[in-house]
Design a binder for this molecule. Structure first.
Ligand SMILES: C[S@@+](CC[C@H](N)C(=O)[O-])C[C@H]1O[C@@H](n2cnc3c(N)ncnc32)[C@H](O)[C@@H]1O
Length: 272
């Protein structure tokens, strides 16, 4: 994922909503995972957010929690992180500027598929295994829409019939329709090309659906983007993490009940 992609997204992040940002049900699942750790340890956790997701900062963290965030984009930290500036670290998830065994809980919303598959995602799991203390947990909401959101034709038929609730829902459905396998991934650029081919121009899309023009026009950013997403199934994340070499065990896979919730499972893993 290019740093440039997120520096350009930073100013537009406030326009993004569920399902690409976490809904209350997702936050409840993250809080359950935190509670599970707390019940087993009875002390304040040392926690880390991968990314700067404001909703994860605002989770009901136990009193005394030491909370850090780690993000590779200085612009995203500046524009989006709501916490104390010193708590947000600039760095890579696959080479974290953190000591071995120094975190009890790591959470991430929608970031896993930003890494290449299988290499980048395996590197992330190795790095998480290093920074988590034994018994520590990693809870992550995945975007796993492949095979769950209909064909490209069905997505645009639903759009035409007013059955797509937001631009973010449209994106998630198109990721699912367009991604072949996780290694190949899906490029935001492809998504924009399909939208333009189907609806003609951004302004018409906004107007026809009553979606905020500024948000729809942000698709413009993706036209030249070289970014790609590698959207992995929950079962595959569990397989990678819980293999003999992986060093994790599966705690839970929660499928939220909202529309498209089947595409956004929350996987919790425990470091053995
Ligand atoms: C957490 S993800 C997905 C969006 C998420 N749903 C949210 O609400 O923030 C987005 C963030 O991940 C960061 N990011 C992506 N890949 C990264 C990596 N390999 N290392 C560090 N940060 C990364 C980007 O800079 C961006 O701020």
């Amino acid at each position: 994922m290019s740093g440039n992609h997120w520096s350009r997204m930073a100013q537009l992040w406030r326009l993004v909503g569920p399902p690409l940002r976490p809904a209350p049900e997702d936050l409840a699942a993250f809080e359950d995972a935190i509670l599970g750790w707390l019940n087993a340890h009875s002390r304040a956790p040392r926690a880390l957010i991968l990314g700067v997701t404001p909703e994860l900062y605002s989770l009901r963290w136990p009193a005394g929690t030491t909370l850090r965030a780690l993000d590779g984009s200085r612009q995203m930290i500046k524009a989006v992180w709501p916490g104390p500036p010193a708590a947000a670290l600039l760095g890579s998830w696959t080479a974290m500027p953190l000591a071995t065994g120094c975190r009890d809980i790591v959470v991430c919303d929608g970031g896993f598929g930003m890494l290449s598959y299988p290499q980048g995602q395996a590197e992330l799991l190795r790095e998480l295994h290093r920074v988590l203390a034994p018994g520590g947990i990693f809870a992550v909401r995945l975007f796993a829409p492949r095979g769950r959101t209909g064909s490209i034709e069905e997505v645009f038929a639903d759009l035409g019939a007013g059955r797509v609730s937001s631009l973010d829902a449209l994106k998630l459905r198109l990721w699912g329709a367009l991604q072949g396998d996780a290694q190949q991934g899906v490029r935001p650029q492809q998504v924009v090309a399909h939208i333009l081919a189907a609806v003609g121009n951004f302004d018409r899309l906004a107007e026809d659906h009553g979606w905020p023009l500024e948000h729809v026009r942000s698709l413009e950013l993706h036209r030249e983007s070289t970014a790609s997403y590698h959207l992995t199934e929950a079962i595959e994340v569990v397989r990678m993490a819980c293999s003999d070499a992986g060093g994790f065990e599966s705690v839970s896979v929660v499928e939220p009940g909202y529309a498209l919730g089947a595409c956004c499972p929350i996987v919790t893993l425990r470091r053995t």
